[in-house]
Design a protein around this ligand. Structure first.
Ligand SMILES: Nc1ncnc2c1ncn2[C@@H]1O[C@H](COP(=O)(O)OP(=O)(O)OP(=O)(O)O)[C@@H](O)[C@H]1O
Ligand SMILES: [Mg+2]
Length: 259
């Protein structure tokens, strides 16, 4: 057996560090006998911003939910820095450093901004001041309005609270499901900028996005999901210029606007 074959999939090599998060041939779904994920393999390396795009119903949210222990997994596995975390429940995953911002209902509307952020750190309340400072550096408006109830915030502001909450645990990887959905174009731009800033602050990010063209502009690498499989992958730039990806998933507008 050669040295190369001894190297197990998913372990670090001299050239490349170990993946922060990896899914290998994930198969699973919600209902018995109905698989939504049909062998989905993605990985994120330390510091990467990974985009997940694909048509409605492709299984993008399901993939994030499967990583976060909310879908029945029937095959394959999920690893965090090499450790098998397949099927662990959300509270265990948060403790291990997986931050998740779901697509909907991602803040507690009756709680203040500060209380929402406290909920994100329920496992280690003594670190609140330190982590709040980090989050308030990324989102200054949250710091200055900490006593305001989250339910009275705009959609874009709520999205920031939700991201701030997930960042309170100092996650190894942050999972974002459609952070720009339902926002005005100006707020969408701001959200993409914030995600970029979070990533530049050292947080590895896996972001699902409807706004595929914008997503490909800011991510390091991306995956196109189709029918629960990773159909295409490459750098954001490669995918944005790939004729097949443009034709099938981005539309002609993207061909005109992609750079
Ligand atoms: N809780 C659930 N129970 C049963 N089926 C579900 C559930 N949630 C999603 N599905 C099904 O799983 C499939 C994939 O849905 P998913 O939400 O992962 O797609 P998506 O790629 O995130 O789409 P969108 O772009 O519309 O957000 C769909 O056919 C959907 O009907
Ligand atoms: Mg979705």
């Amino acid at each position: 057996m050669s040295d190369a074959s001894i190297q197990a999939a998913g372990t670090a090599t001299a050239e490349r560090p170990e993946a922060v998060l990896r899914t290998e041939d994930l198969v699973g779904g919600y209902l018995p006998g109905v698989n939504i994920l049909n062998g989905c393999s993605i990985d994120a390396y330390p510091g990467e911003l990974i985009g997940i795009i694909g048509p409605n119903g492709a299984g993008k949210s399901t993939l994030l939910k499967a990583i976060f222990g909310q879908v029945n997994i029937r095959g394959g596995k999920v690893t965090l820095k090499g450790e098998d975390i397949t099927g662990l429940k959300a509270n265990k995953l948060v403790a291990k450093g997986v931050g998740m911002v779901p697509q909907n209902n991602n803040v507690f509307p009756t709680l203040t901004i500060e209380e929402n952020l406290e909920m994100g750190l329920f496992l280690k309340p003594s670190l609140f001041a330190e982590r709040f400072e980090f989050v308030a550096t990324l989102f200054p408006e949250l710091g200055s309005r900490r006593k305001q109830r989250a339910g009275s915030l705009s959609g874009g502001e709520r999205q920031m609270v939700a991201m701030g909450r997930a960042l309170m645990i100092d996650p190894s990887v942050l999972l974002l499901d459609e952070p720009s959905a339902g926002l005005s174009p100006v707020r969408q731009d701001e959200t993409f900028l914030r995600v970029h800033q979070i990533n530049r602050a050292g947080v590895s990010v896996i972001m699902v996005e409807q706004n595929a063209r914008r997503c490909l502009q800011i991510c390091d690498r991306a995956y196109v999901l189709d029918q629960g499989r990773d159909a295409y992958t490459g750098t954001g730039k490669e995918l944005a210029q790939d004729p097949k990806v443009i034709e099938l998933y981005l539309g002609t507008l993207a061909a005109d606007q992609g750079h």
